[in-house]
Structures are given as structure tokens and as C-alpha cells.
Design a protein. Structure first.
Lengths: 283, 282
């Protein structure tokens, strides 16, 4: 299967395989489920009628059984979202729902609920010259100095047509699905390891026309890290709650966190991005 | 999935009909505090179009689904939501009651305890909704008359709420009251204003809420229009329309008498006269 969203790498050990095969209707044992998924310890099933069934096992293997007239782009969309999300959690890895950005000295994640404008902000910061390390899923790792970093993610931003228009960018990009006016905008792959993760900004919707922010302190930091975990709903059902708690407890003490209230429908995305960059990169 | 619980109460209304006011009353009724619950802290209820809740039960981003696909899945989302809740779960909705493209009701009967339908004279609603959206009254009347009116339409951009079918004012009313075949109690905004104790008490009785009359009175007082307006003036209200100056504006009825032109009144009555008559507005 071609995965044009990912960049080729050479000379590394393969530690997860993705391929086509038969996937059952249900898992033999189910610990918990959602509308579109079933989960057990080291076994996960995602099924979307018309696209396909995905089985993720032991943090090492994803098997896909496409369905009907599913388009390759749609098959990849689920794979690179919930499929990879399940794989990461099976490995006990920490993934925050948000985009990671760096100025070359430090890294920040912009997180928050779906639809709040995380990718839009990442696109704005990218326009201002910052590098985007990851969009939508920010996987946390450790560097050689045992500092938290964000692993390189899929090198593209998923942007709606109105955002592309605001940024005066062409909309001749590939759509994430033919039915949606949402496009994949490729971004340059960062060559070097990303610098230390130092800040997480929780973007909140607001009906104000002004931008405002405040530092998050105490227990609220842990709570917000938890609620903004990528596919949090998988964790308990996979019996990974303890590992997740441990991961978050370590991360919470080494970062600063902020609430940022997004002005509603900012007419000028770049202006808003500049305001955010002042908090996260002290510019 | 375990057997369905009948624990969902849908607080349904067209926008600007008193739904938020009723939710504030409920929060105050449930609160032990002597102080009024803050308008930005209404934790007792959620909204049927809450994208985060939908995503969490689906296990994927609803932003990667079409509005039709989301509606096909929402009955299952609500069933799982209901299953995780206790005796009663209150969910606000501005959506018309409708079937999805599979012919299945989006608001499932098997989990529904009841519907509290809040109705307001569309002549006043048109003025209030025009202020809320910062649109002209004529534009607002065309929304009220359009059976395909939607909220948070998902076309070129994403919203933190999923797309909702509002439909026309008359369709909205009859969809819940006539078509849904769910147990419905209708509460008129005008009765909440003029006879609050009677209106709120009857709603509380419908919801099987066992409270003394004195407790209901206290909750009504803590939800008074002046209190809510003061709270909004001092700290803002997160549910205020993005284009409007204030959510709590006048809290009165019959503003239409001076606020609408004859043509505007005629236009509303022409489209909605039948339902207006049924609920005592004509």
C-alpha cells in the first residue's frame, strides 16, 4: 500500500507493520467498545462501513480489510488517525491531540477540542516561519538527555477551504476525502530532532473579539493533559490507564501550560498566530 | 451494549426561546449553594451537537465525516451516552426532531425519558434571534420560514458543534410535539415570564423532580433576568452569540408590537399562523 502522507526513511529497524488481510467482524474478547471500535488488551478493532475494518495488535501490527468502494485516501485517513492512535496506546506511548511547533530552540503543542482551530493556528505559525513537527497527533518521546520531545509526525496539515482562502493559499491540494472541503497541505520534514517540549497551549473557543491567555497551574494541568490525550477513550478499554497516568505525571512537572482564548473567527489568522507565538516562544 | 435506559431528557427549542433560562433554573434547583449558579458554569446539561462528546463515543474525528454520516451514527452515540449516565441526563437541543438517512430517529425513543419543549411566540423570537445573530429581522424571518435552515452548517469550515437541522419554526414545533411520538411537555416562554411558579412547577412535575414549592421559588429567584443580566455584564457569557452585544437582552414578551413592521408580522403569520393559533399566539 502506498502511503504518500509519510516520508520514506532508510536503515532503521521496522517495528510496526501495516498490511491488508482478513479482519473479523468482532474481537474474540472485548474489554470495552465505542460506536466504531472494540478494544481489548493488545487487540483493537475499528470498523467503518464503506471504508473498512482495521485490527491493531500488540503495538506492532495493523491489518486492514477494505470494504466496498473505499478510496485509498479514505483507507489511509482512518489508518493514520484511529489506527495509529490505537497502535501508540498499545505501546504505552503518550500522544496529545494537537499540533507541535518549534522555533528551533523549544517546542510547543497547541491542543484543544476538535474544531477549535489547532491546525489553522499551526498553519498560521508555519506561515510566520516556525516549523510544524506534527499536526493533530503529537507523540511525546524522550531525547538523549531524558528531556521530553515531540516525535516527528505526518508532514502535512489538514486544512479546511476557508482557512486556505484566509491564508491566500491554493486549494488545488488533495482532499482528505472527496466529500469534504478539507485538504492536505504538505509541510517540510524537519531533518533534525525537535528541541525540548516546554509548553502546551490549550486553545479555547471564545465569543470575544480579543485574544487573551492565562497560565494553567496545579491540578488543572494534569486534568487538561488527560482530557486532551489523543483518543483518550481507547486507553481505559485497552487497560492502559496506569501507564497513561504515569506518563502524564512525569510530563506535567516539566512543562508550562496556558489557556489561550481564540478570538472568534479571527479575520487575520497571521495576527492571531503572532499573538500566540509571543506566549510560546517569548518573541 | 446493555439494555437501554430511558434516562434522556431532551430540552428542545428553537433558538432564543428560553432554553438557556430553563437550564439555569434547573442548575439552581439542583444546587445546594445559597448563591445563584454562575451562567458560565452550567454543568448539568450538554448539547446534542457537542462535537467532543460525539468524537469520544465514535473513536474518530467527526470532522472527517460528512454531516449525513454523523447523523447516521448519532443514535448510537446517544445510546452509549445514555448508558453511561445515571437516572436522568439532560441534553439541550435546537435541532428539529428528525430521521437520519437510514430512516432512524436521531433522538432514539428507547432511551428517551421525556422531552421538555420550550416554545416562544415567533413574532418575539424573530426580533431576539435577529439580535443574537446580528442579522436583519427580514433575514431572520427567512430562516424561520425555511424548512432547510441549519445551524453550524459544515461546508467550508469546521465548528466545535456538528451541523444541526433547525428547519422552519413551524416544522420544528410539530416535529417534536406531533411527529416524534415521544412524551412531550410544552412550556411557553411567555408563561415562564408571567406565571413562573406555575410554569416551572409543572415542568418539574413532568420531569419527576421532587422539590418543595419553596425550593422551586428559590431556584426561580436565583434565575431572575436581572441576576443573569448582571452576571453577563460583569463577567460575560460564553453562550452569547458571537455577533451580538448581549445574550440576556430584555427578557420580555410582546416586543413585536413595536419591533416588527406590518409586513413582517404578516409574513410570519402567513407561514406559521396555524401553529401560532394552536399555542395561543393568535
Amino acid at each position: 500500500m502506498e502511503l504518500p502522507e509519510l516520508s520514506p526513511v532508510q536503515n532503521i529497524n521496522v517495528d510496526a507493520s501495516i498490511g491488508f488481510g482478513k479482519v473479523p467482524e468482532h474481537l474474540p474478547e472485548v474489554r470495552g467498545s465505542g460506536v466504531l471500535f472494540e478494544a481489548a488488551v493488545n487487540d483493537f478493532l475499528f470498523k467503518f462501513k464503506g471504508i473498512g475494518r482495521y485490527r491493531v495488535q500488540n503495538g506492532r501490527r495493523i491489518i486492514i480489510q477494505p470494504e466496498g468502494e473505499a478510496l485509498p485516501a479514505e483507507i489511509r485517513l482512518v489508518l493514520l488517525g484511529s489506527g495509529i492512535g490505537a497502535l501508540l496506546h498499545q505501546r504505552g506511548m503518550m500522544a496529545i491531540h494537537g499540533s507541535a511547533i518549534t522555533d528551533g530552540k523549544q517546542t510547543a503543542i497547541v491542543s484543544g477540542q476538535s474544531g477549535v482551530g489547532k491546525s489553522t493556528l499551526a498553519a498560521g505559525l508555519h506561515e510566520l516561519g516556525y516549523s510544524v513537527i506534527a499536526d493533530d497527533i503529537s507523540v511525546i518521546g524522550l531525547n538523549g538527555k531524558q528531556q521530553f520531545i515531540v516525535e516527528h509526525g505526518i508532514p502535512h496539515l489538514k486544512l479546511w477551504k476557508d482557512v486556505l482562502a484566509h491564508l491566500n493559499q491554493a486549494d488545488d491540494l488533495a482532499k482528505v476525502r472527496p466529500q469534504l472541503d478539507k485538504y492536505r497541505k504538505p509541510i517540510p520534514v524537519l531533518e533534525e530532532e525537535a528541541p525540548r517540549l516546554s509548553k502546551i497551549v490549550i486553545l479555547n473557543p471564545s465569543n470575544s473579539t480579543d485574544f487573551s491567555y492565562s497560565e494553567i497551574l496545579g491540578r488543572e494541568k494534569f486534568h487538561l493533559l488527560r482530557t486532551n490525550t489523543y483518543r483518550l477513550q481507547f486507553i481505559d478499554k485497552m487497560n492502559q490507564t496506569e501507564a497513561h497516568f504515569r506518563n502524564l505525571s512525569q510530563l506535567v512537572n516539566s512543562i508550562q501550560m496556558f489557556h489561550a482564548n481564540r478570538p472568534h473567527d479571527p479575520k487575520n489568522i497571521l495576527e492571531f498566530s503572532k499573538s500566540i507565538s509571543e506566549i510560546i516562544f517569548n518573541t | 451494549m446493555p439494555e437501554a435506559k430511558k434516562n434522556m431528557v431532551w430540552l428542545a427549542s428553537y433558538p432564543k426561546s428560553g432554553n438557556t433560562w430553563f437550564r439555569i433554573f434547573l442548575s439552581n434547583l439542583f444546587s445546594d449553594s445559597p448563591l445563584a449558579v454562575h451562567i458560565n458554569d452550567l454543568t448539568e446539561t450538554t448539547i446534542s451537537s457537542n462535537r467532543s462528546i460525539i468524537d469520544s463515543y465514535l473513536g474518530m474525528h467527526s470532522s472527517e465525516l460528512t454531516a449525513e454520516e454523523i447523523d447516521k451514527l448519532r443514535p448510537q452515540v446517544f445510546k452509549r451516552f445514555s448508558n453511561e449516565k445515571g437516572e436522568t441526563a439532560y441534553v439541550k437541543t435546537h435541532e428539529a426532531w428528525t430521521l437520519n438517512s437510514l430512516g432512524i430517529p436521531i433522538f432514539p425513543k428507547e432511551i428517551t425519558k421525556g422531552v421538555l419543549y420550550i416554545i416562544r411566540n415567533p413574532l418575539d423570537l424573530a426580533i431576539s434571534y435577529a439580535f443574537h445573530n446580528n442579522e436583519s429581522i427580514d433575514e431572520t424571518i427567512s430562516i424561520l420560514n425555511n424548512e432547510f435552515s441549519k445551524l453550524c452548517e459544515q461546508k467550508l469550515k469546521l465548528n466545535i458543534q456538528t451541523q444541526q437541522l433547525l428547519s422552519s419554526w413551524s416544522n420544528h414545533v410539530s416535529s417534536w410535539i406531533d411527529d416524534s411520538k415521544l412524551p412531550v411537555h410544552v412550556i411557553r416562554y411567555e408563561d415562564m415570564l408571567e406565571h413562573p411558579l406555575n410554569a416551572f412547577k409543572r415542568a418539574a412535575d413532568f420531569l419527576h423532580l421532587k422539590y418543595e414549592e419553596s425550593e422551586i421559588k428559590k431556584a426561580i429567584n436565583k434565575s431572575s433576568f436581572d441576576t443573569l443580566k448582571d452576571m453577563e455584564t460583569s463577567e460575560g457569557f460564553k453562550e452569547r452569540g458571537i455577533h451580538s452585544e448581549a445574550f440576556f437582552r430584555k427578557g420580555k414578551s410582546n416586543e413585536w408590537e413595536s419591533g416588527l413592521s406590518k409586513n413582517q408580522i404578516d409574513e410570519i403569520v402567513k407561514h406559521h399562523g396555524k401553529i401560532m393559533k394552536r399555542f395561543g399566539y393568535l
